[in-house]
Every structure is written in C-alpha cells, then in structure tokens.
Design a protein around this ligand. Structure first.
Ligand SMILES: [Zn+2]
Length: 471
C-alpha cells in the first residue's frame, strides 16, 4: 500500500534525526505509544481474519472459439443492413435476417449442451423520435441458462450486445449498414459466452446458482429501445437483476502496442458518499478478470454518448459497458463508401480476433463467478457519526453455501476496495477507532466456493437507498 510505505519511510527518518521528527510535527515516542486503528495508518496489531481464497478462473482463453465468433459476425454482416426499421420478414436482408442467424447459432449451442439453454425470441413494439413517433415492431433474442439454487435462480446476470446496425442516416432502412464492430462484435461476445458457460455448466456439478441470460437486442440505434424493453421484460418475469454487462463495439484494438485492456464504463450514481451498484459491478469484474484485462473508466459511458446499459443504470441496477480501447469513427455509423481515398464502413476486416476473444473470456469469467456467488448483503448501513468508531450493519438471506462476509473499506480518494475484515454472520460490527469521516465502507458476501458477490456500499441511515423500498 502506497500510503503505508510512505509513512514507514518518514518514521525511519525520524528515528535517525530528532530534527526531522520535530519537523514532521510529532514526537518519536508518541508515535510508538499510540497504535493507530485507522486502516490508512500503519497497523500494529494482528492481521484481520480472512475468508476463503478467491475462486480460481475456469474460462481458459484457448477455449474461446474466435472462429465461430467471426463466422457469426460475417453472417450478420451478410444481411446487408440490420437497421431496426428494415425488414423483419425477409430472410436475406434486414433486421429479421440478423435475428435468424443469432437464434440459429444459439439453438445449435443449446443442442450441443443437452438443451440446457432456452432460446427465446421476444417480440414487442416501441415508439420513439427515431421511429418517427410511430409504433414499430422490434424483436430481441435471449438465451437463458436457468440457475440451480432455489432462491438465487430468480436473480439474473446478463450479457448483451445489440444486433441492429445503422448507416450514416439512422432513418434509412435501405442503405448498407454492415455493423461488424457496432455491434455484431458484442452479439458475438454474448453468444460465445453462452457457449462457454453452458459447456462449463455441463462439466461442473450443479451448474450456476443464479440464472444467466445472454441477450442480443434490437433498437439500440433508434434510442436504446430493445434494452429499455428488456428492463421491463425481466421485471415482468420476476427476475432481480444481479448485474448487466453491455458489450458494444468490442471487436477492434487498432492503437499501436496492442493488445490493450478493454474499457469498462460505470456510472457514479447520485449519492456523494456511496457508489452506485454499477460502480460496484465494475470493481467486481476488474477483480475477477484482473487489472491487466480491464481498464475501468469511472464515467457512465464514453463522453457525451450512450448505450444499452443506460436504462438499467437509470433504474438503479448494476450495469456496465465494455468498449474497445480506441474507437475508429470512420468504421462506425458510416454508410460504406470511399471519399478522398478514405474508406468508410463498419466491416469485419477491421476486427482484431485476438482482442475480441479476450473480451469474450472476460465476460464469460465474470458472469460465471458472479452467478456462483451468494447474493449481496442488503441494507448496509453506516452509523457512528460524531463517535470514534464506525458501526456497520447489514442483512442477508439464509444461505448454506455462504462462508461469511467481507467488510471492505477504502480511503475516500482510492478507486478500489480493500478487505478490512471477515465475519461469518450478518448483523452489526463495530470497527473500533475507525473514523466514519475518513473512509468509505461496503460489505460483500463470500461463498464457501470463494466466489464474491458484488459489494453493497454502505449508506447513511438518514437517506433512502436508490432502487430499494424505503420503509
Ligand atoms: Zn453500438
């Protein structure tokens, strides 16, 4: 820890020189006599209790079938356009052609894994500015891998890409819109995650505790219509959203020095001193996949732009967006053409298969571990203002597969949580001598299998929690 090292350094200097000690504003003896309980200061007591070690990764990079991902992208590009306002009935050209290719691939995967995967085509209507204010037909494709835990199967973790595409004019259903990167690449990640995880579910005893849903939605370019509908669809089906992983423009890595980390965007939420569930989902994914795979960006999306995670985020649900490190704007939202020697168009030839495969692995591994974890604690409250101690309380359902909870804390200026303590039961815990003013706190559940839930940030008691029912 950076700050710890720094203070140790100062202390070493103090022992040697009385003058340095007085300059540092403390007496050497004083520093030795008063052991600090502040987790940001040097610790002079036994290490805290630790829970089970983190679960090992199981999705090997070599197991990602990049060839099949590219084959699906090529099939989708061959539909000419997949604009939401194009044909849903022509099998050769239009949005319906794209839907057919995705559904066929998912059925193929389902068959290969003994029918564990349930493929659903969800038809609905939506009206928006980019449908000229008229109700238009849309369809989403889902593959559902039902959870095996009686309670947790009502929680769903989902990965989504959008299969609609667009030319330069977002209202033109006739122009070519190959949409290889935006966003056949995200659809391919979703579909490949379905293959990887249903295959692993067959080999691992018991499958996943929570339900995993692999989505390919339409209407993104017309105003996030498919994703907005999906939020409602999940609610109607009685699911609680455990986490939503949106993959949009994840197929290329054109900057020099590749391979780079995929960017992972998460919104801050609206409470100053408690991060949103989306931010906690981003941290959980980075911890699962590693800092060498994930580049967290603490921003809801790319500057001034939007995507399918947004309707989930606005509903207070944990939702994040994966996007390639550097976008090439000549290769997205462009009608294919050559102008002044510059080629425009979102073609598959610009994709980077190695990078695309990495993103599939990162999504699949994150979904796997989250779907194997206990559900996160609820009603995490921080008390102890105007006292020397922080008091944390939380609730959790009964769960025989849970080992306990990790109490997480961080300096207010730090991006990531650190584990402060491990306790086996829900309730209240007093962090003696730990200031409520100087730190942020969260609690997460730890399974006996080592899988961690998303952290639940502590909230001051006086404020209602967004997305929860304040009683
Ligand atoms: Zn997109």
């Amino acid at each position: 820890m950076r700050f710890r090292m720094g203070i140790k350094g100062i202390r070493k200097a103090c022992f040697g020189t009385a003058m340095v000690a007085s300059l540092a504003g403390m007496s050497v003896a004083g520093a030795q006599q008063a052991p600090s309980r502040d987790p940001a200061e040097p610790q002079q007591r036994a290490a805290h209790a630790r829970g089970p070690a983190r679960m090992m990764k199981a999705v090997a990079r070599q197991s990602v079938d990049t060839k099949s991902m590219l084959a699906l992208i090529d099939q989708m590009v061959a539909c000419g356009t997949r604009l939401t306002l194009s044909s849903w009935t022509d099998p050769k050209r239009g949005a319906g052609c794209g839907r057919d290719k995705i559904a066929a691939r998912l059925e193929e995967i389902s068959k290969a894994t003994g029918g564990k995967l349930q493929v659903v085509v969800d038809k609905f209507e939506a009206t928006a500015e980019r449908t000229s204010g008229k109700a238009v037909p849309l369809e989403n494709v889902y593959a559902i891998l039902p959870g095996t835990d009686e309670k947790l199967k009502n929680t769903v973790f989902l990965v989504s890409g959008h299969f609609d595409s667009r030319p330069s004019d977002v209202m033109d259903p006739n122009a070519d819109a190959p949409g290889a990167d935006d966003d056949a690449s995200g659809v391919a990640v979703s579909v490949e995650s379905a293959r990887l995880l249903s295959k692993l579910a067959v080999s691992a005893k018991g499958g996943y505790r929570a339900t995993i849903l692999f989505a390919a939605v339409s209407g993104e370019e017309q105003g996030l219509l498919g994703s907005t509908h999906l939020v409602e669809w999940l609610k109607e089906k009685g699911y609680t959203v455990g986490g939503m992983l949106d993959d949009d423009i994840v197929g290329d890595d054109p900057a020099p020095g590749a391979p780079h980390r995929v960017r992972l965007f998460s919104g801050n939420g609206e409470i100053e001193d408690a991060d949103s569930p989306s931010r906690e989902l981003a941290r959980a994914i980075e911890e699962i996949d590693g800092r060498d795979a994930i580049r967290m960006v603490f921003r809801v999306d790319r500057y001034g732009r939007g995507g399918d995670h947004y309707p989930f985020y606005k509903a207070g649900l944990p939702a994040v967006r994966f996007t390639e490190p550097l976008e090439d704007y000549n290769h997205q939202h462009q009608t294919p053409r050559t102008e002044n020697g510059v080629e425009y168009g979102d073609f598959a030839k610009y994709l980077n298969p190695a990078f695309l495969g990495n993103v599939a692995r990162d999504n699949a591994e994150a979904l796997r571990q989250l779907a194997l974890a206990p559900s996160g604690p609820t009603e995490v409250r921080l008390k102890g203002a105007v006292t020397p101690d922080a008091k944390l309380s939380w609730k959790a359902d009964e769960d025989a597969e849970r080992a306990g909870f990790e109490i997480l804390w961080r300096e207010t200026t730090e991006a990531r949580w650190q584990v402060y303590d491990f306790v086996s039961a829900a309730g209240e815990t007093v962090l003696k001598g730990v200031s409520t003013d100087n730190h942020f706190f969260a609690v997460r559940a730890v399974g006996k299998n080592g899988a961690r839930s998303i952290a639940t940030a502590s909230q001051p008691e006086v404020r209602p929690a967004p997305g929860t029912n304040k009683k």
